[in-house]
Structures are given as structure tokens and as C-alpha cells.
Design a protein around this ligand. Structure first.
Ligand code: FES
Length: 160
């Protein structure tokens, strides 16, 4: 029996919002301190602060791809503050759970989205309560579940 539920497999097989975005309003890249996999999230934000589109590129495992797919789905249509309130646990719940050793993969999506919003806020001179204390360069302190993949960082972030 697969260690992944049907929803995870479906989002991995047919990910939503995968690809590039031209001239995004904000973009964030996050590399997992656990396995070295990387994710880039790009967002488009309307004048009334609603995320109208989000795209991702993930150099990572199937769980990271499924997490990116649901996480981008979850933030599209939300205001920036609402999107900042989306937690890693919300992403996991939406996926119907991940095996324990794969929990860290979902953290990539959560952190990369917050990094993209941080970039948007900086470029547009905005401040958000949900960004207080957020450091896009800080390693997420998760519980360092083991990883079954080798570290394979891309040579440049632009390769993402
Ligand atoms: Fe690295 Fe899943 S993101 S193993």
C-alpha cells in the first residue's frame, strides 16, 4: 500500500499552478535545511491586496510538489493578510496528511509563500501584521524529520 493518500498522489501527478510567471509582484525562494530541496513561489497581487495568481517551481520531492500545488491553490483569491495566516498545518490538513518523514517538505511551501509576500511588501512599501518577525533567510525550525533523498541543490537559484 502506498504511504501517500490519493489527494497527495493526485496533486503530485497533476500539480496546479506549476510554472513561471512574468514580472511577478513578489517572489520567494526557500531551501529546506533538512534535505536541501528548493522551492520558488511567485505571486500576483491586485491593487486591493488580493492574491490573484500564484505559481511555483519546485526542485524537490513529490510531497513538496503536492504541497506547492495545494498551498498555491489555497492562497489564490485570499487577501495578503489572509494568505499570511495560512500555516504549514493548514497545508498538511488540506493534503489530508503526509507521512511523518515528509512533514518538512510541506514547510517549503509555507515558507516560500511568506517569502514571496515579504518580497512584495518590501517592493511596495507595505507592512503586514502576519510578517512581523518573519525572516526570509532564517531556517525553519521544524523537527528535522529524516529525509530519504540525497541533497541535490541546483547550481544557481536562477536554475529554478
Ligand atoms: Fe526534500 Fe521532500 S522536500 S524530501
Amino acid at each position: 500500500m502506498s504511504m501517500y493518500n490519493d489527494k497527495v498522489i493526485e496533486h503530485f501527478s497533476n500539480p496546479h499552478n506549476a510554472g513561471d510567471m512574468e514580472n511577478p509582484d513578489g517572489e520567494g525562494v526557500y531551501g529546506s535545511p533538512v534535505c536541501g530541496d528548493m522551492m520558488k513561489i511567485m505571486i500576483r497581487v491586485s491593487e486591493d491586496d488580493v492574491i490573484t495568481d500564484a505559481k511555483f517551481k519546485t526542485f524537490g520531492c513529490g510531497s513538496a510538489i503536492a504541497s506547492s500545488s495545494v498551498a498555491t491553490d489555497m492562497v489564490i483569491g485570499k487577501t495578503v493578510e489572509e494568505a499570511l495566516a495560512v500555516t504549514n498545518q493548514n497545508v498538511l490538513d488540506e493534503l489530508g496528511g503526509l507521512p511523518a518523514i515528509k512533514i518538512h517538505c510541506s514547510v517549503l511551501a509555507d515558507h516560500a509563500i511568506k517569502s514571496a509576500i515579504f518580497d512584495y511588501a518590501q517592493k511596495h512599501g507595505k507592512t503586514y501584521k502576519g510578517l512581523e518577525g518573519f525572516d526570509p533567510n532564517a531556517d525553519e525550525q521544524d523537527d528535522h524529520h529524516g529525509c530519504d533523498m540525497e541533497i541535490h541543490l541546483p547550481e544557481k537559484l536562477s536554475d529554478l
